[in-house]
Design a binder for this molecule. Structure first.
Ligand code: PLP
Length: 629
């Protein structure tokens, strides 16, 4: 896939391939055998959160991590699945194990006792998995000591033995030894009463070699990432490489026959050659041991890596591709046979596990779903760069920052929903604001008994969103509410509920955008007057800042004794003027402002009052003024 990615080097994670591999592996598991997705070391460089999410959607019951830190990170990122810590934990990590609801593997009584003590303090019960060393002689309790550990751990009030496990030393190739491990494992399981909920020993290679025995869960790692661990597996399971590592040609040069290239001139040109500089090196995880050994793919042709791999560059012989150009995509590792991680690591007798981890550590990761980039994570940078994140991700970050500060998730959610989302929620709601806002209202005596005539002129500047907008009026708040959530409404008026909804009582006298007098069309439906304001030339102004002028006439009951103005959009500077007839003796002003200035200036003069902030002060959309008389 030649994408629009223009990083110096990057990793593509093909989630469809990952799902495919999981389906293949699941088809080898008996019906009642669950699986744990191993996501340690950031899911072998593929991204623990994303791999965990997809695995759970494919039925994973558990996630497996190497240590507390990895589990904690998943929790902070919102992962709720059960998480098992595979490597032995340290006693000083127990508090975090409890805080982050992680489950440790236990192979020492002293650790179980320390866990018991801390769990008592927190008044919690902790699930553990006992780990047997069935012959690998790495972590785990020796067979002879298992029984003691089991009985002691069982007697601890705060400890629940949720699982029992072991690990194969060579399940990909040594069936005989693996079978002996399996037998040792099963000998202890039959001693356990009651049987723990989870019994597991098989890694992904063991699944292919049917080394499950009494297990009811398998732990899937490398094969789920599409990397074979033994040639014999190719007949038994079809896997697709999930990770691709790519870069681009940064420079093209010529070298004469007999000249040396790179550090220590380890490559001597056998003929006049053309070569490309690719800006990726061992610091990016492209192993130094691939020097003078590996191939890369450019324009679907394999080309040799020549000279030593440098920290940040490699050289590639492109003599056979005359049309190679700067910025051509270079596949360093991926789904091409010779470039599969297991093939590359074979070139230097290295480990494909290691190669995946080291590549995934630095390069920015792009997740592909159905051949399109669904999102990316900036692994190359440890610092927060806000433009790397989608709006949704940013909203989550803001929300979790508030929750963290208040130590209350619910409150964080509430605040972000009520206030922040008001501004930022939908991507299609670009945040536009009003400025030079002047709302001029005149109440005057008229021939309608018990009512003032109300004349309103609203002027403001704003970026025009559409080639039309709506002016709305209703005689009950509920109906008008609908127009508060719509973004194409520029003016709303609440008519007193004693007044019939008709053009006689709510009249749009004039409406302008810049110098254009707009056409209006009125419809009355669902107890609202909706006036559509448009002009053929408006479409040329969309996206530009324009001056709105809206003039409306209506009526207001004298007996109401108060008149309210709402500011329901972000506004840069507010001025509201109310003129009133002599009949009104006393006008009280109650501004309810939020934003930079909670106390706008109020100035009275005979027959009018003005409420005003400085022109450069931000007023938030939950503001308003009550005029009481
Ligand atoms: C890493 C690991 C696995 C996964 O092994 P793969 O060979 O990658 O399938 C399973 N179990 C444990 C305890 C591990 O540490």
């Amino acid at each position: 896939m030649d994408t629009t990615i223009f990083d110096r080097s990057w990793v593509e994670i093909d989630l469809a391939a990952f799902r495919h591999n999981l389906k293949q592996l699941k088809s080898l598991l008996p019906q009642d055998v669950a699986f744990m997705q191993i996501v340690k070391a950031d899911a072998y460089g593929h991204g623990a959160l994303e791999i965990g999410r997809v695995a759970i959607s494919e039925g994973a019951k558990y996630l497996g991590v190497a240590n507390v830190e990895e589990g904690k990170l998943l929790r902070i990122q919102g992962c709720k699945a059960p998480i098992l810590i595979l490597s032995p934990s340290l006693e000083n990590e127990i508090e975090q194990i409890i805080d982050y609801d992680l489950k440790p593997c236990v192979s020492q009584l002293s650790f179980a006792e320390a866990l018991q003590k801390e769990a008592l303090k927190h008044n919690k019960r902790i699930d553990i998995h006992l780990k047997l060393d069935s012959g690998m002689h790495r972590s785990g309790v020796a067979l002879e000591q298992f029984e003691e550990l089991y009985h002691e751990a069982k007697s601890l009030s705060q400890i629940n033995i949720e699982g029992v496990c072991s690990h194969f030393a060579a399940s990909e190739e040594d069936i005989e030894f693996s079978t002996s491990q399996l037998q040792r494992f099963e000998s202890i399981i039959t001693q356990m009463q009651p049987q723990p909920e989870f019994i597991h020993i098989a890694n992904s290679s063991a699944v292919v070699n049917k080394l499950l025995g009494m297990s009811n869960m398998a732990r899937l790692g490398i094969l789920s990432f599409g990397v074979y661990t033994d040639a014999s597996q190719k007949d038994k399971i079809q896997l697709k490489t999930v990770m691709s590592f790519k870069s681009r040609i940064a420079q093209i040069k010529q070298i004469k026959k007999g000249e040396g290239l790179g550090y220590n001139l380890s490559w001597i040109a056998p003929k006049n050659s053309t070569y490309a500089i690719v800006p990726v090196g061992y610091a990016d995880g492209y192993d130094f041991m691939l020097s003078n050994k590996a191939k890369v793919s450019i324009r679907s042709q394999l080309c040799e890596v020549i000279g030593k791999v440098s920290m940040d560059m490699i050289c590639v012989d492109i003599s056979q591709i005359p049309d190679a150009k700067l910025m051509d995509e270079v596949v360093l590792m991926g789904a091409i046979d010779q470039l599969r991680p297991e093939e590359l690591s074979q070139l230097y007798k290295g480990s494909s596990y290691e190669l995946l981890c080291q590549v995934g550590r630095r390069a920015k990761r792009y997740y592909l779903e159905n051949d399109a980039v669904s999102h990316s994570t900036p692994l190359a940078r440890r610092d927060f760069v806000s433009s790397d994140f989608s709006d949704i991700k940013l909203s989550q970050i803001i929300q979790s920052a508030i929750s963290q500060r208040l130590q209350n998730e619910e409150m964080g959610e509430l605040i972000s929903r009520e206030i922040l989302k008001h501004f930022f929620f939908n991507k299609d709601q670009d945040i536009h604001y009003r400025k030079d806002f002047f709302y001029d209202i005149k109440l005057a005596a008229c021939n309608k008994e018990n009512h003032w005539q109300a004349t309103m002129k609203l002027n403001f500047k704003k970026v025009l969103q559409n080639d039309y907008f709506i002016v709305a009026c209703a005689n009950n708040a509920q109906s008008l509410n609908r127009y508060f959530i719509k973004r194409d409404v520029e003016y709303r008026w609440l008519l007193d509920n004693s007044i019939t909804l008709s053009e006689d009582y709510f009249h749009l006298t004039q409406v302008y955008v810049n110098d254009l007098l707009l056409d209006t069309s009125l419809k009355i439906a669902d107890s609202c007057i909706e006036i559509r304001c448009e002009h053929p030339q408006l479409k040329n102004l969309v996206g530009k800042e324009v001056a709105f002028g809206i003039e409306v006439q209506s009526y207001y009951p004298k007996a109401s004794h108060q008149f309210s103005v709402y500011i329901n959009e972000l506004t840069h500077g507010v001025k509201v003027k109310l003129s009133y007839p002599e009949e009104i003796q006393n006008m009280e002003i109650v501004p309810i402002f939020s934003g930079q200035n909670r106390f706008p200036k109020v100035s009275h003069s005979p027959g009018s009052v003005t409420v005003q902030t400085a022109a450069d002060q931000w007023i938030f959309p939950i503001s308003g003024i009550v005029f009481a008389y």
